[in-house]
Design a protein around this ligand. Structure first.
Ligand code: ISL
Length: 557
């Protein structure tokens, strides 16, 4: 029997928790599930109604849990399965749903299946669970020239053998072979297991990599992602996703959000068209790629609001009535948005500009996501030495830059500022020594700006970013104009002003933002009347201009 789908995700505002950095309850310097439980009232107060929890499964933590060694349990540093069930229950009691992370492009090399393969690569019954091929030149060279996401070759030799396994991420993350029906059955079992427990959905990690072209031939050489045309959006991707949906996902009132890498709008339409029954929505990175070249975050370029507006225009139009968007500006792989996207970290403009950005991305059609700490305006750490950074991606790429002068030259000093650990420093709860995250020195250093940027201060100040998000969320949830509305960018070519309307039937929501430190005059501004004002980050307004980083939101019913 098919479960009725309520489409609850259309009224969801989702808060992403990166568990090792959120709250430590047992003084080991590492966040955990009881820590999350102790902060659920904080999330309730913010007003979010769903949490996306990054991986909490057993893992050797080579990639902070995105390398899973057991899909049916909880990593002991995070707690127990009972802690998890309690957390789920406490969330549901508060009207907060939970989506987990599904990392099934690869497992950890510590997974029992891969360990079995390691023992006897020729005969292991799990050989076909992974992508294993003979090396060239009697095993001296990898099967082809592919390279992966963390700056390395994509193949690693199995010990005492001429065989290699494919890993598009770290060496400890062998790719699964989705051509094998047993792998797909196992994924369905994982989904059923958590859905039956009451989990409300999944964020599906690098889901567009699961199908690979089977010729495994050399591809055009380059400095990054060699072979991407063979392993991104592969030939059986849609078939595999449809199979999961038909057999499992459609039977529950749940949502999925697929992380897609380098996907076009045409790919997206296929992935999220409801009639095709694949995914509910996707994360594409066109928005966060507006300050880099070629979708590579280390190839940074100056942010230009016009590029961001173009991305929103294209995606809003493409998926209106055809699917559903996700709306986000941060996650655990991205540097902080404060100090990015035209915003400013200085004392004068940090919160003002963060409110401006929040207003701009939050009220379009789609499901908004908030990454932990974003709601209080946490910033990059500004690392200066590799010793300060844990992240495997950073270290792999750092090593490449030490060997390759050309790559070092083109990345320049953007490696530190784009390191994923900028988003992973402990959540700043208060101004105590370890920011109220822990009573002991945490796994990653606390940002010294916790003295001024912390949740305690944000909760106490009525005009804080936290309270601004609170108002944005309460305005957004259940608003039919935003949920069903058509997006119209009324000033597409302006360098600093982003003004858009959402229209539905005869009703309208208008968002006006100024992404600059200058006061900007424009004749359009006086068109909107303050009697319809819902929210603003300034208490006084000029009739025909917007002050630095000013945001105004109007509603016409
Ligand atoms: O950070 C990136 C681009 O901004 C990426 O290249 C990122 O690694 C890629 O988007 C995949 O990310 C996901 O899968 C990885 C994991 O390390 C990331 O944390 C996860 O979000 C492998 O599981």
């Amino acid at each position: 029997m098919e479960t009725k789908k309520t489409n609850w995700y259309k009224d969801a505002v989702i808060y992403q928790i990166y568990p090792r950095s959120f709250k430590d309850s047992n003084d080991d310097g590492f966040g955990d599930i009881p820590g999350i439980i102790s902060k659920l009232d904080y999330l309730k107060e913010l007003g979010v109604n769903c949490v996306w929890l990054s991986p909490v499964y057993p893992s050797p933590q080579e990639d902070n849990g995105y390398d899973i060694s057991d899909y049916y349990n909880i990593y002991d540093k995070f707690g127990t399965l009972d802690d998890f069930k309690l957390m789920l229950n406490e969330m549901h009691k508060r009207g907060i749903r939970l989506i987990m992370d599904l990392v099934v492009n690869h497992t950890s090399s510590e997974h029992t299946y891969f360990k079995d393969l390691l023992k006897d690569p020729e005969h292991s019954k799990y050989r076909d669970y992974y992508i294993v091929r003979k090396g060239k030149k009697n095993g001296k060279k990898p099967p082809n020239n592919w390279s992966g996401f963390f700056g390395e070759k994509a193949w690693e030799r199995l010990p005492n053998s001429d065989l290699y396994y494919l890993h598009l991420f770290a060496k400890g993350q062998p790719d699964l072979n989705w051509e094998n029906p047993k792998v797909r059955e196992e994924v369905k079992n994982i989904l059923r297991y958590w859905f039956d427990m009451g989990v409300d959905g999944f964020r599906c990690d690098v889901i567009t990599l699961i199908s690979k072209k089977q010729d495994f031939k050399n591809r055009f050489p380059g400095i990054a992602l060699v072979g991407k045309d063979a392993y991104i959006n592969g030939p059986r991707l849609h078939e595999f996703l449809h199979e999961l949906n038909k057999e499992v996902i459609s039977k529950y009132d749940v949502m999925t959000v697929g992380e897609t890498v380098l996907s076009s709008i045409e790919d997206a339409k296929l992935l999220v068209a409801p009639s095709r029954e694949e995914l509910t929505m996707i994360f594409n990175f066109d928005n966060t790629d507006t300050d880099n070249y070629l979708g590579v975050k280390y190839l940074e370029r100056k942010f230009d609001l016009r590029r961001l507006k173009k991305v929103y225009r294209r995606w809003q139009a493409a998926l209106h009535n055809n699917g559903w968007n996700s709306l986000f500006i941060e996650n655990h792989d991205q540097r902080r948005s404060t100090g990015r996207f035209g915003t400013d970290e200085s004392d004068t403009y940090r919160e003002l500009s963060a409110k401006c950005l929040a207003s701009a991305y939050f009220l379009m059609q789609g499901t908004p996501f908030i990454y932990e700490g974003q709601e209080i305006g946490m910033t990059n750490y500004h690392f200066t030495s590799p010793d300060q950074i844990e992240d495997v991606e950073f270290h792999n790429i750092y090593n490449v830059t030490r060997k390759n002068k050309f790559i070092k030259f083109i990345i320049g000093n953007h490696l530190f500022e784009n390191s994923r650990d900028n988003a992973r420093t402990p959540m700043q709860w208060d101004n105590s020594k370890y920011a109220g995250f822990s009573n002991v020195s945490p796994w990653l250093a606390v940002n010294p700006n916790k003295d001024k940027i912390n949740a305690e201060d944000s909760l106490a100040r009525e005009d804080s970013l936290f309270h601004y998000y609170q108002k944005l969320i309460s305005f957004r949830v259940g608003n039919e104009i935003i949920k069903n509305g058509r997006f119209n960018d009324v000033l597409p070519h302006h360098k600093y002003l982003f003004i858009y309307e959402m229209t539905y039937e005869n009703k309208k929501v208008v968002v006006m933002t100024n992404f600059s430190k200058k006061t900007i005059k424009h004749k359009l501004i006086s068109k909107y009347n303050d009697s319809n004002l819902v929210l603003s980050n300034y208490s006084e307004h000029d009739e025909s201009s917007l002050k630095p980083y000013e945001a105004r939101i109007y509603e016409y019913n």
